[in-house]
Design a protein around this ligand. Structure first.
Ligand SMILES: [Zn+2]
Ligand SMILES: [Zn+2]
Length: 316
């Protein structure tokens, strides 16, 4: 099959990568669309020391696996848990110590014609959700994870830093709670995308320090992390959404003085995300910048890495 392959040094397009051989509990999915995410770009800088077929955001058709999924459009959760350890028994498979993560840790991903996924990770895509929307399920689920971890309601003031892909999703998802949400970013055209969701927006250059009950950091930069930390009110909560891979120095004293709760936040469950897409509560299609065929995957990855690029997709 055709696939992109990362050998730890270089990304190449392989015309005849061996097709995945699904294990007994796995399904085989023919990928329709895959999304290139910032995590993939980090991987191409050495993050996680990954080798193999990258990619973890996809929508596709099940070609092998349990009968209820065969021939159906599916998306798949990316953490492949062992199902037996202490975390798995507590329903925390996303934290399984023996987990593989699709395209990130020990398992081939979806920048390919076919991908193997544990059948229990699959979710059917509702009919009213297009492929171009469904491919956002994974990052949208990561935005919904905030609501699993932090209680937010209409009485709260929330600031989201970063108008990248994840920031745009987080701002829209948090706004669903009725909270007053402000997104701070650098790109007027991106900020405009969330205004319809009732999110207030401020250009970073116009930003005057103010404080909020909950601050979501989604800039992926050390500078953004500093701004976000400074904007949390005493006894407020700082939600860290981006994995800043570079090492950084940050004074932790303000956390103590202001008694701030810090919440690290990664992957989320798929059902709330699929539900929001089906009910058109979140707008994701405007985030698509360009769709490339898989055979132009190298060019697509270069495009996704350009400063300010929004979502770049690969189509089979
Ligand atoms: Zn991702
Ligand atoms: Zn486990």
């Amino acid at each position: 099959m055709k696939a992109l392959y990362w050998d730890g040094q270089k990304l190449t397009l392989k015309a005849s990568q061996p097709s995945p051989a699904p294990a007994r509990d796995q399904a085989l999915v023919r990928v329709r669309l895959a999304g290139i995410c910032s995590t993939d770009l980090q991987i191409f800088k050495g993050y996680m020391g990954f080798h193999g077929v990258p990619g973890h955001e996809f929508v596709g058709d099940t070609v092998e696996g349990p009968a209820p999924f065969i021939g159906k459009r599916v998306v798949g959760e990316i953490n492949f848990a062992c199902g037996r350890c202490e975390f798995c028994r507590r329903g925390l498979g996303r934290h399984c110590a023996k987990r593989q993560v699709m395209g990130i840790l020990g398992a081939d991903g979806c920048f390919a014609e076919l991908v193997a996924v544990p059948a229990r990770n699959l979710h059917l895509v509702p009919d009213g959700v297009s492929d171009e929307e469904a491919v956002f399920t994974e990052p949208l689920a990561a935005a919904f994870e905030i609501l699993e971890q932090v209680e937010i309601d209409f009485t709260h003031e929330v600031l989201v830093f970063g108008d990248g892909k994840l920031g745009l999703l987080c701002a829209q998802v948090v706004a669903l709670t009725g909270a007053r949400v402000t997104l701070v970013g650098r790109h007027p055209e991106k900020l405009a995308q969330v205004k319809k969701a009732g999110v207030r927006t401020v250009l970073l250059s116009d930003w005057r320090p103010q404080s909020a009950d909950v601050v979501v950091e989604a800039t992926g930069s050390t500078a953004g992390l500093e701004l976000a930390l400074a904007a949390v009110r005493p006894r407020g909560t700082l939600v860290l959404k981006s994995t800043v891979a570079e090492e950084h120095k940050l004074s932790l004293a303000p956390l103590v003085v202001n008694e701030i709760t810090v919440v690290g936040s990664r992957c989320g469950l798929f059902p709330p995300a699929l539900d929001a897409l089906a009910q058109k509560k979140v707008r994701v299609a405007p985030m698509i910048e360009k769709i490339y065929p898989l055979s132009d995957g190298i060019e697509a990855v270069a495009h996704a890495g350009r400063a300010g690029a929004c979502k770049v997709l690969l189509r089979n």
